[in-house]
Design a binder for this molecule. Structure first.
Ligand code: BG6
Length: 504
């Protein structure tokens, strides 16, 4: 493919590596995520010149389809997503896409897959470097890994490699996640398993580490002496859309808190790693998660949306959505107060809130600093001086904002709050790339920094399994109307500490 070289970032230091060529096998190739995220991300990497010219995609699924049928679906995805793309680039990408019909439980199907990969490797002059992406239900993960091993597709020798990318949900609780993990690790080494949490690959989430450890001004303040509390909000205006069947089985705690929210917390609160190597960064994330105090179910608020209005449009109640049980007790909102028991964070609450059908899509981390110790601006008291807040906007207006106190111009002493901020769009002139671009690229490069390690996953499940179990056993979520910021219990949780949610 012709790959235009991206313009260099303005005089900044850039570490960029183009991975070795490889074949990408996508199990569950007809799935929504594959067409919405995965293939467009791969195309975008090609357009940026971040992939070798020789690579291929092999879609694998039970659905009968020819190479040409599959290519037609890929072309439709790309032309819809990149209307301005050069048609020649689309053509050459589509030509690299192939399709293979097969099931997920028969050794014969995997032997046939191995033969097909041999043919494709020969056609593309590649030698046994394969990335297997599991976009299938987790109940199939173990069987697929095992059949890949039996077919000789997981062996690594010299210059060849085999890597397995797995989507969440990774288990339903600690026991099932550990059982699944054992199955995967019987077939592959930990260094071959890439567990996805796409929040870790969001540009702004990675930027947390650069902000903290690439600048000297923040880190000295980044502790209990200067920070009063931290708020992490992930709000979505969407409901469960077409994923009712999955969601009503999982609920939001499993879907987003145990993984995305906890990883955001780890990035904000972890200690500096000794280097930016994958395992050094992951060691620190794990060390931080080990310090999170187990939280009693009673301290976690769960909510479920009823009918309401979002952006002027009426929306249905959760229980009236497609494929949702009419008496479902699943939570679509969670708020929690977490404590991190270590020297840096002792006594600093971390408030998390996440919900579906909230007024708008916004994900933000707010670091609220302690107030000044004394006001010299009488009659203004200490309480009149608003504490500084550093807001890390994860999406949609990716950027950073710091609120400070400033004197209003004029003879009188008038203080007002102002914001120093930047957005990625303004500074870099481009939207941050899709998280899946980074995940695919890193997996091809063999860099596991942004993937969840087995101990990371284990701790996350041990923290939240008691809560999912308690919620399965009894109780009901609190109601909140769609288009509001969640149930009353979420406000009570923070207000009982004398604080309030930051306005979004
Ligand atoms: C997914 C959850 O992992 O993350 C979805 O399964 C959620 O329920 C999605 O909507 C949110 O991701 P993003 O990148 O749109 O914030």
């Amino acid at each position: 493919m012709a790959n235009p070289t991206p313009p260099p970032l303005r005089g900044e230091f850039c570490v960029e590596t183009v991975p070795q060529s490889c074949g990408l096998v996508i199990f569950g190739a007809s799935g929504d995520l594959v067409h919405r995220k995965l293939l467009p991300s791969l195309f975008s990497l090609c357009e940026k010149g971040l992939l070798q010219r020789t690579f291929y995609v092999l879609g694998y699924a039970r659905t009968e389809m020819s190479d040409d049928d599959f290519r037609a679906t890929v072309r439709a995805d790309l032309t819809q997503r990149f209307p301005a793309a050069d048609p020649a680039h689309v053509d050459s990408f589509v030509a690299c896409c192939h399709y293979h019909v097969g099931g997920y439980d028969q050794p014969a199907d995997f032997a046939a897959l191995a033969r097909r990969l041999q043919q494709l490797d020969a056609q593309y002059s590649l030698s046994g470097r394969h990335l297997f992406y599991l976009a299938v239900p987790p109940t199939l993960f173990g069987a697929i890994a095992n059949l890949l091993r039996q077919a000789g597709l997981t062996a690594e020798t010299g210059d060849t490699w085999a890597r397995l990318l797995v989507e969440k949900p990774f288990g339903r609780d600690l026991a099932s996640a550990m059982a699944l993990d054992r199955e995967l690790r019987q077939a592959l080494a930990e260094s071959q398993i890439y567990r996805i949490d796409h929040y870790l690959a969001k540009e702004t989430v990675q930027n947390i580490l650069v902000l903290r450890f690439g600048n000297a001004v923040f880190e000295p303040l980044w502790n209990r002496r200067f920070i009063d509390h931290v708020q992490i909000t992930v709000a979505e205006s969407l409901g469960v859309e077409e994923r009712g069947g999955y969601f009503d089985h999982a609920g939001l705690l499993r879907d987003m808190v145990q993984n995305h929210l906890l990883q955001l917390l780890a990035m904000v609160a972890m200690e500096p790693p000794v280097s930016f190597e994958a395992d050094r960064v992951r060691d620190e994330r794990v060390r931080l998660l080990r310090a999170v105090r187990p939280l009693p179910p009673a301290e976690v608020v769960r909510g479920q949306y009823t009918a309401g209005t979002i952006a002027g449009h009426p929306v249905r109640a959760y229980r009236e959505e497609d494929k949702i049980a009419p008496d479902s007790r699943r939570e679509t909102f969670v708020a929690a107060r977490l404590w991190v028991d270590n020297w840096r964070w002792q006594g600093v609450p971390f408030y998390l809130r996440v919900g579906k059908r909230l007024p708008r899509r916004v994900s933000e981390i707010g670091i609220v600093f302690r107030p000044v110790p004394h006001s010299i601006f009488a009659p203004l008291s200490q309480e009149d001086l608003h504490p500084n807040v550093l807001r890390l906007n994860v999406q949609p207006d990716e950027g950073v904002a710091l609120t400070i106190q400033a004197k209003h111009p004029g003879p009188r002493l008038c203080l007002s709050r102002l914001t120093m901020d930047f957005t990625y769009q303004e500074v870099f002139g481009q939207e941050p790339p899709e998280a899946y671009e980074r995940l695919l690229l890193d997996c091809m490069l063999g860099d596991q920094t942004l993937f969840v390690r087995h101990d990371d996953m284990e701790i996350a499940w041990s923290l939240f399994t008691p809560i999912v179990e308690a919620w399965e056993a009894e109780g009901e979520p609190e109601e909140y109307a769609a288009g509001t910021w969640g149930p009353a219990g979420a406000d009570k949780l923070i207000e009982e500490d004398g604080r309030e949610w930051l306005p979004l």
